[in-house]
Design a protein around this ligand. Structure first.
Ligand code: ADP
Ligand code: ASP
Ligand code: MG
Length: 416
């Protein structure tokens, strides 16, 4: 069985949905399970709904933005005004609004997951209906009946045993199945999400549980490049990538692949193909069981909007095991994702991603025990297989706040 994943960029408008149908006709769709993300930037728009709901302002306007965006796509795809897709999508919006009207929970992360997951429910409903109309007969599956997680809302961890059992027992391999990326449900059947951009990971979960022959993620780039073309001018396509290299690239922030995607695939040696939805027949990149990156070039990763926190002891004492374990406990409690660490006898620097908006709380706790300086909005460059020339290019005209040279990897934190 093959697993395909179509991300937000591939289904950002009616033309994108039509293109998905064309790709399926072109590459075939038997023995295939398709994971689909929310359309375009819907998840961001639903984040605004959540924010406005808690701030009690412009709530209706923010819902209307999401509604109008989807109904425009629907009108483009379905000429029949009485098509069942209308009442299905109406039903989903009614469910979303009814949840918010009834909700009594003040917990932001819980409400967030119940709301943003509608992006995937709506997109898969529209696309499943459209493909059926095009003669690509498919079954729509609610992923919440399959992927079980803990209740760590917004960053839920998969319960592999239950998930494996559900997937094996409920996915009919002889049909074309369509389901949602990014989401699952906890033991109380509340919706959970796996972390932003998590639909690639969903594809890997299904691949692992179904012993799939491959996963293909369809992107707006020709494959995995040696740098993000949004920020770097000359880029090269990486044809073959060992799992370990792909894990490193994704971990350091090459956002073309969600970092959690690789581990389940590597464990079963399932190849991951990253292909262009614009040129579906071009070869793209394969992450697979090879030993060397091909071509062997320097790879550049830029993570913007990071926070550099530097700590030193108040009394000139060493920052050693006891302090470090305390610092890490605070970072863990604040759900900070740590990108770089550097320490000396009396100082400790850490570059973090303030994903869950917990920075001010964390700083307050750190200040009680350390002298703290903070640079917000710094850029983190990571270079794999760096050459002196490639480092020089990054350093030129920038103020470097921290530099770390490891065997294969150079990291630079610079003022944004
Ligand atoms: P999806 O539509 O599946 O959510 P993403 O937008 O998450 O797709 O991923 C594709 C984007 O990843 C590209 O548009 C590109 O800007 C970015 N990207 C970051 N690093 C790389 C890289 N090394 N190679 C290719 N694309 C990259
Ligand atoms: N829709 C989700 C997001 O935008 C998941 C995904 O696209 O992978 O984060
Ligand atoms: Mg994405």
């Amino acid at each position: 069985m093959r697993i395909f994943k179509f991300g937000g960029a591939s289904v950002k408008d009616a033309e994108g949905v039509k293109n998905v149908a064309r790709i399926l006709e072109m590459v075939g769709h038997s023995d295939t399970l398709i994971i689909i993300s929310a359309m375009g930037k819907t998840t961001n728009a639903l984040e605004v709904v959540v924010r406005n709901y808690f701030e009690k302002k412009n709530f209706q306007e923010s819902i209307d933005v999401v509604k109008n965006f989807h109904y425009e796509i629907i009108r483009d795809l379905f000429s029949n005004e009485n098509h069942p897709v209308y009442w299905k999508v109406d039903g989903l919006f009614a469910e979303l609004i009814s949840f918010l009207e009834r909700n009594k929970s003040p917990k932001h992360s819980f409400v967030y997951d119940q709301v943003v997951s509608f992006g995937e429910l709506i997109s898969t409903t529209i696309i499943s209906q459209y493909l059926n109309d095009c003669g690509i007969k498919n079954t729509w599956l609610d992923v919440r009946n399959l992927i079980k997680t803990d209740s760590n809302f917004r960053d839920a961890a998969v319960n592999w045993e239950d998930t494996q059992e559900n997937i094996v027992n409920n996915v009919n391999k002889s049909l074309l199945n369509i389901t949602q990326g990014f989401m699952g449900s906890d033991s109380n059947f509340f919706t959970t999400t796996l972390g932003r951009e998590g639909s690639d990971y969903t594809a890997a979960i299904f691949a692992y549980c179904l012993d799939a022959e491959s996963v293909t993620i369809w992107k707006d780039v020709p494959g995995v490049l040696n740098a993000d073309p949004r920020y770097f001018e000359k880029t090269e396509l990486l044809h073959k990538i060992p799992y370990t290299e792909a894990i490193e690239l994704a971990f350091y922030g090459a956002s073309v692949i969600h970092p959690k995607t690789l581990q389940p695939l590597q464990r079963k040696e399932i190849p991951l193909f990253v292909k262009s939805f614009i040129n579906p027949t071009s070869s793209g990149s394969s992450v697979c069981n090879v030993t060397e990156l091909e071509p062997k070039v320097s790879c550049f990763i830029l993570k913007k909007g990071q926070v550099l926190i530097s700590l030193s002891s108040l009394d000139f004492s060493f920052i050693v095991e006891e302090n470090i374990s305390y610092i890490f406990k605070l970072l863990h409690d604040a759900k900070m994702k740590v990108s770089v660490i550097q320490n000396s006898a009396i100082s400790f620097s850490v570059c973090v991603d303030n994903k869950f908006d917990t920075l001010s709380d964390l700083l307050e706790k750190l200040k009680a025990r350390f002298k703290v300086s903070v640079f917000e909005n710094v850029d983190l460059y990571t270079v794999r297989h760096a050459t002196e020339q490639s480092i020089k290019e990054i350093e030129s005209n920038k103020e470097v706040l921290l530099k770390q040279v490891l065997q294969n990897t150079v990291q630079l934190v610079v003022l944004g």
